[in-house]
Structures are given as C-alpha cells and as structure tokens.
Ligand binder design. Structure first.
Ligand SMILES: [Zn+2]
Length: 105
C-alpha cells in the first residue's frame, strides 16, 4: 500500500447527479416567471408571501439577481397556480397550464 508523502484532498466531482434536487437554470427561470404570475394574480407581494408561506424578505431575495429558487418553492408555486409541478418545470404556461406561450414573460 502506498504511503502519502504530501497532503491530499479528495473531492467528489460536482456533477448534476450529485445534486438531484437542484433545478436547471431553465427551470429556475421558469419558476421566477411563475412567481411573477402569482404576483399578477394576487396583486401584491404580501399576499404572495402569505399564499406561498414565505417571508417578503425571502421573496425579494429570490427575485434578486443572484436569487436561487430552491426547496419547496416549485411545489408551492404549482399549487398556487393550479398547475401540476411537473408541467410547470417542463415549461407549461403558468397562466393556463398549457404550452400556449413562450417561456419568458
Ligand atoms: Zn397559457
């Protein structure tokens, strides 16, 4: 068995398969669109925060430049919009659940 003479650090390669719950950039963008649609429907961010179970501060962070959509947000958004979460993540329209429009708003 070889003996180490120098300090070695092994790291797991950061591949997507190591982060199975992470959204793709496309999916994250879709979720931000969905969030804006919820905002349009509920008219203000306080109601959005209440409906989704987040604080205003957190929603502001997600909406910001570096904001990440994580955790249960896709599920909560889908529930709030009445669209299956799989459809929403696959690019369905957050307004009607179909493929009626492009992904951006
Ligand atoms: Zn639509």
């Amino acid at each position: 068995m070889p003996v180490l003479t120098e300090k070695q650090i092994w790291r797991k390669p950061r591949s997507p398969s190591n982060r199975p719950y992470r959204l793709t950039d496309d999916q994250a963008a879709l979720m931000k669109v969905a969030l804006r649609v919820v905002h349009l429907r509920l008219e203000n961010w306080s109601r959005v925060a209440e409906a989704l179970g987040y604080t205003l501060k957190y929603l502001r962070k997600v909406n910001g430049r570096q904001g990440r959509v994580a955790g249960a947000m896709p599920v909560r958004l889908a529930q709030s919009l009445g669209v299956p979460v799989e459809d929403l993540l696959a690019g369905a329209c957050p307004m009607c659940g179909s493929r009626c429009q492009p992904r951006t708003m």
